[in-house]
Structures are given as C-alpha cells and as structure tokens.
Design a binder for this molecule. Sequence first.
Ligand code: ATP
Length: 232
Amino acid sequence: MAILEVDDLRKEYGGFVAVEGSSFDIERGEVFGVVGPNGAGKTTTLKMLAGLIEPTDGTAVVAGHTPGEPAMQRRLGFLPEESPLYEEMTAIDYLEFFADLYDVPRDVARERIHDSLDRLDLEHRERRIGNMSKGMQRKVAIARALVNDPDVLIFDEPASGLDPLTTNYIIEFTEELSDEGKTIVFSAHNLFHVESICDRLIIMNDGRIVARGTLEEIRDAHGGTEYHVYAT
Ligand code: ATP
C-alpha cells in the first residue's frame, strides 16, 4: 500500500518551472531514490513532500496527510541538503532541543539519540557542532531527523561531499532503517549512492521525471550510453 502519493506535482518560481508533471507512489517500507544532476528539481520535489514549500499545482499525500499538516510533521523526518545546525550547541544539547520541540519525553529522547549516534559511529558528542567535521555534522543532522521516530524519512543528498567511510555509515544505516520498516526517500546526484539500497527510483532532469522503475528496469529501458550518463 502506498504511504506516499504524488500526482502531477508542479512548482513554478516566477515563470521558471522547477518541477513539472511529477507523479509517483512510494510503498510503505520502500527505499525510493530521486536521482538527477544539479538543478534537476530534486530538492524542490522533496521540500514539497516535506511540506516546506507549496506546490504551484498537483497534490501530494504523505501517510494520509497533506504535507505541512501538524499530524504529518510528527510522522516525518526531513534531512535538508544543507542542515542549518546551531554551531554553538553541543550535538547532544542540539538533539535534545529538537526532541523537546516534538514533545518526546527526555528519557526516550536520550536513548533514541544515543542509539542513532552509536549506529552512525559518532564520537565526541559533547563537542560544539561548529567544531565538528562536515561528516560528523551530517551524522548529527541525520540523528535530528530521527528524534520523533518518524515513519517516513526524506533524505536530501545525505551522502554528497562526504568521505567514503562516512558515506558507508550513512548508506548502511539507511538500509537498517528500511529493514526496521521505515519508508525512505533518498536523493542523490548519481546512481552510485543509491544503487545498493533503493528498491525503485526516479531519475529527474530539468524538472521532469525521465526514467522510473527498479534499477534493472531503468538499465533495460535506457541501456548503453544513456544509462551510463545517469550512472555517472
Ligand atoms: P542540486 O543537486 O543542485 O541541489 P536539485 O535537483 O535539488 O539540484 P532544485 O534545488 O530543486 O534542484 O532546483 C531546481 C531548479 O529550480 C534550479 O534551476 C533552481 O535554480 C531553481 N530554484 C530552486 N529554488 C528556487 C527559488 N527559491 N527561486 C527560484 N528558482 C529556484
């Protein structure tokens, strides 16, 4: 059963069409890839699903709710491409602060936060966020997306610009979250980061979906040079 339904979604910025004619369904428990080059419309799509920007046209339903509804926000975790972290706070203070915003009881929050950080292998949790490396900051941002124990996770290019070790931790953790039943939307510039974890994916270019299906289906339909372009 689809937990996320997108029908003819469109976003225009003052006459410029960033996303057009986007329709897809995501099944409960799926890892769903959104792949495409710079400016393809990935972030715009993901932000519409997360209720952070309004579509110009079309509809999205996430876990039975319209994006942006408070009931949906409680069931959703969003990892932005550039996480606005509070540099002066320690990772733990920052994550507890967000858990408070979701009314997660302190003891539950503490256990959940440390569990996420253990699984992501984040050390130095009492360090100020501003003094952490980019990879450590990304791990904190992922733990933040999990503080409310959401059913649906939207990860916008979680692995971009990171070293291979951190990338591996993030990909393995995403797989584990999927095994635990979470539905995950995972965007990336190329197939490299998604091929081992995505059940199905869409490939976007210039605001439109240009390929969809399992990796094999896309490979069969767009084999040879074209597939190679998507894959690199
Ligand atoms: P990237 O991989 O670089 O993040 P993306 O696939 O996520 O790219 P989007 O950020 O969704 O792409 O942008 C799609 C297009 O919409 C781009 O041409 C971008 O310049 C444009 N765009 C995005 N946000 C705005 C905005 N607030 N105002 C005007 N144009 C915008």
